[in-house]
Design a binder for this molecule. Structure first.
Ligand SMILES: Cc1cc2nc3c(=O)[nH]c(=O)nc-3n(C[C@H](O)[C@H](O)[C@H](O)COP(=O)(O)OP(=O)(O)OC[C@H]3O[C@@H](n4cnc5c(N)ncnc54)[C@H](O)[C@@H]3O)c2cc1C
Length: 437
């Protein structure tokens, strides 16, 4: 009698969502013997909560990544670009990295975990973003931002015109939610911290501005924490312009929604995310109004028994009926439930609806301060910052990675941040999407 083939589960995307699904599928308690294949264009995933630190010299960029092979040892990794999907034939089309031939891979179950990209507004709403702004989404963005700040410090130091020096050292962050505020807080520490090395630059030559459309920054947090963060940031000379947006980005200035021209050298775009645009090419999959994969509460893609989705690219209704938010803490816990549901579906058992909600929001503000709401507890100042570091260090997968991150932090505590350029082309490896597309 022919031996029964193990079911093959193909996971598109090895980020927080995909890599954790692969890991949970291999969990012994699941008693599920499957062949698991992860496809990702990288052989690592970015540990996003530490990406801003990597971009502002507090951490070595490589230390905020997790190698997929090491993380989910029992699954196979195919490093390549996902090109297409045929759900009728249960096949994925891909190109391995360094090879331009199309290949096909059959699956029994497919997990879509392709994450998100930076949300860029259409040109008629805000022009020039793709050409001139920096994003904070990939490891190369973190390196490019750090390189850019170092280059501008060198240029400003050699500049005789005080007005031009101020323009060179003016950084504008568009979007004042969690990522934008973390970026501006850490960048201020990085850039002003360097000024003592430069004879011609004073800390007051460096300017930092946040432009946020909502009436307040960090609108995800309770009012008392917002007030505390606002006072702390403005006390450090960071300008917070709320209730405003940007309608044009140029190489040396921006134009705000109030038609004001603000001179600057660098615009960092953190005004939201959008599901991976490659999903629109997979015409078999139903998309919701935000262009995310439309799912049942069980993580099954609507209309399919063997296609599943989770993480930033999926609209999975949570206990409240609203889609679960795009956060790593959500993706990680969704992954466990989804793995259990695949095993249950394979055995013909009932599926469990997802019931993951946000545990807390932690925002580091720089200078060893932060704000945090965790399971209803509100904390500000040094304690919030220390909790942020402790929680993310404990969440960083792998003992070796934890030690690397911890050593970086200890070194940083005693020494100046590292102002060495890594030589990345700032224009390289950007992946913007337009909400118009
Ligand atoms: C700067 C920043 C800070 C953040 N901080 C926090 C935080 O503190 N706490 C928190 O909970 N969340 C945080 N988040 C959000 C969190 O990172 C995301 O919610 C989480 O990464 C979602 O996981 P995912 O697997 O859906 O997407 P991702 O982790 O982005 O994974 C998607 C994967 O798909 C791969 N991929 C995409 N397209 C293709 C293709 N065509 N072919 C091959 N591979 C492809 C990518 O390489 C990637 O590895 C932060 C995000 C950012 C950008």
């Amino acid at each position: 009698m022919a031996e029964k083939r193990r079911p093959r589960i193909v996971i598109l995307g090895g980020g927080f969502a995909g890599a954790y699904v692969a890991k949970h599928l291999a969990d012994r308690n699941l008693s599920f013997d499957a062949e698991v294949i992860v496809i990702d264009r990288n052989n690592y995933f970015v540990f996003y909560p530490l990406l801003v630190e990597a971009g502002t010299g507090a951490l070595e960029p490589r230390h905020c990544t997790v190698p997929i092979r090491e993380f989910s040892r029992k699954s196979e990794l195919l490093m390549g670009e996902i090109k297409g999907l045929d759900t009728k034939a249960n096949k994925v089309r891909l190109q391995l990295c360094g090879d331009d031939r199309d290949r096909e891979l059959e699956y029994d179950h497919l997990v879509v975990a392709l994450g998100s990209v930076t949300r860029i507004f259409p040109e008629d709403v805000c022009s020039g973003v793709q050409e001139h702004a920096f994003e904070v989404k990939h490891m190369s963005d973190a390196i490019a931002l750090r390189d850019r700040a170092v280059e501008l410090l060198e240029l400003a130091n050699a500049c005789d015109d005080p007005e031009e020096r101020k323009r060179l050292l003016h950084f504008i962050v568009v979007g004042g939610n969690v990522t934008g505020i973390e970026v501006v807080g850490e960048l201020e520490v990085f850039v002003r911290g360097a000024t003592s090395m430069y004879a011609n630059i004073k800390p007051s030559d460096c300017q930092f501005t946040v432009i946020e459309l909502a009436p307040k920054i960090l609108s995800i947090l309770p009012d008392n924490l917002i007030r505390w963060a606002t006072k702390t940031m403005t006390g450090r000379g960071i300008e917070l312009r709320t209730g405003e947006s940007v309608k044009e980005v140029h190489a040396d200035h921006v134009i705000t929604s109030n038609d004001e021209r603000i001179s600057c050298s660098t615009v960092i775009w953190t005004a939201g995310i959008a599901p991976n645009p490659v999903l629109k090419e997979f015409t078999d999959l139903p998309l919701n109004s935000h262009a995310g994969v439309d799912c049942e509460p069980t993580y099954q893609v609507k209309g399919y028994d063997n296609v599943w989705a989770l993480g930033d690219c999926a609209g999975v209704p949570g206990p409240s009926g609203k889609p679960m938010p795009p956060l790593a803490q959500i993706a990680i816990r969704q992954a466990k439930q989804l793995a259990h549901n695949i095993a249950a579906a394979h055995r013909g058992e009932a599926l469990t609806p997802g019931d993951v909600s946000v545990l807390g929001i932690l925002v580091p503000l720089g200078h060893h301060k932060g704000v945090m709401e965790f399971k209803g507890i509100k904390v500000e100042g040094f304690m919030a910052w220390a909790m942020w570091r402790a929680i993310y260090l404990s969440k960083m997968p792998g003992f070796g990675r934890k030690i690397r991150v911890l050593l970086d932090w200890i070194i940083n505590f005693f020494f100046r941040r590292d102002y060495v350029q890594l030589g990345m082309n700032p224009a390289a490896s950007r992946e913007f999407t337009s909400s118009k597309k």
